[in-house]
Write a protein that binds this ligand. Sequence first.
Ligand code: NAI
Ligand code: NM2
Length: 518
Amino acid sequence: MVLLRAVLTPGLRGVLHYTGTRSSSSGTLQIKDPLNFWCGGRVNLKDVKAKSEPVYEPATGRVLCQLQACGATEVDAAVRSASAAFTVWSKLAGMERARVMIEAARLIEKRREEIAEMEVVNNGKSITEARLDVDSARLCIEYFAGHATTLSGQHVQLAGGSFAYTRREPLGVCVGIGAWNYPFQIAAWKSAPAIACGNSMVFKPSPVTPVTAVLLAEIYSQAGAPEGLYNVVQGGEETGSLLCHHPSVAKVSFTGSVPTGKKIMEMASRGVKPVTLELGGKSPLIIFEDTDLENAVRGALMANFLSQGQVCSNGTRVFVQRSIVPQFLKEVVRRTKAILIGDPLLEETRMGALVSKPHLDKVLGYVNQAKKEGARVLCGGEPFIPTNPKLKDGYYMTPCVLDGCTDDMTCVKEEIFGPVMSVLPFDTEDEVLRRANDSSLGLAAGVFTKDVKRAHRVIENLQAGSCFINNYNITPVEVPFGGYKASGIGRENGQVTIEFYSQLKTVVVEMGDVDSLF
Ligand SMILES: NC(=O)C1=CN([C@@H]2O[C@H](COP(=O)(O)OP(=O)(O)OC[C@H]3O[C@@H](n4cnc5c(N)ncnc54)[C@H](O)[C@@H]3O)[C@@H](O)[C@H]2O)C=CC1
Ligand SMILES: C[N+](C)(C)CCCC(=O)O
């Protein structure tokens, strides 16, 4: 229980002891409604010969629905819809925007189970985790609803009674481009600060997980948002680049891989558009010998196995001080082996399916490569076939702990994005800091120790944007989240995010005569 309290900020209500009736089970849900959404409703592209591609249910491997990808005409229609909404929404008082957002949060709470189920069916993560993601989305909208009422500028007195003031103004139409690991949560983390500031949004989910972003669109709409405030366009790279290049788009906020992040930045730079980039990581988790071992083990599991290990902030390089390596490994392996893998819609399941077959193969490939390079597999790293026959084609694997790792191994250098923990022994603080920072990435970092001074000293010297002391992967919406180095630009959540979705206008007011040099 203590373990879960840590992740599940702000509480576990209904997450672990769900007593409602499940409306579907894996392999049964059908999705027929169109997944594109603009001008206040779902849009069916059938008439325009839209490109269609299959979307899978990771738990069973069956086709869940067809995705209709948007081309230039549809992207333009969605951006126009967002532009029209912007003219209305940006003129509302913060209180009025907050009212819509609070109502949206209430609707999310009401539809929590349905949204979580959809997320599971499309993403493969366990229902327990999906509920937490929905909660985080709701909390983010509530949090930024509060901020909508506080946006304000400064008043500056100048000579002779003249003065200046600043106005915090929205940017316009913002684009959100999401990854497949937290589809609903990412949609909320991007749209909430955007609309709180008076912007509108066109959101493009990953083509792998298109089904829940459109639920958020429905919810904002039902909550009283003007038509076009939050739109969803489906598609992949081509649709994404059309959005980035669209002249009426003012900003792009992206979550995903580093190579794609770089492309987004290049495209946005042509229009001098600001970007928020939440990219990958290969984050260090440092465990000192004086730690409370029980907590450190729990932390290491939380740092590696949430969402089948498909988390950007995961602490996948686990540095353990040499004297405690044997006890640490024994306990970590025992608990890893005990993780219940299987049907993600079942309450007791703790690890579901990876997001896709190609991704599963990629992760298993990393495990094989690690073996070839000399790492020892202490447990897991194999494909897993659940006993239930309907799950036999799902994308499951056993969570893996690698020992005997060295800093030059591929599994230690590259983001695997799967349930694979690499354990690296270390001797001294200076040494571990040097090794931990030896990465072009810097999203997150964690330290476990009972020595308060050491904890803060180590954190000060770690090159990472999102750090944890004696815990890992907790992301309350009240605090900024984001990376150093190649892990990103800008932050999501927390008060500072307002600055990334607004611009400042300075107004100088002359109260005397104009002193002209001419
Ligand atoms: N660190 C993180 O949060 C994430 C890392 N990844 C890593 O990246 C690998 C590839 O996964 P993908 O889903 O292909 O990630 P990706 O970064 O290529 O895709 C993320 C989003 O960007 C869109 N996109 C792709 N190319 C684009 C372009 N040229 N212009 C505009 N939008 C574009 C995609 O359609 C998707 O919505 C994964 O195997 C994983 O290792 C994936 C998702 C999240
Ligand atoms: C909430 N958390 C920390 C598990 C994940 C947040 C960011 C992400 O991977 O998209």
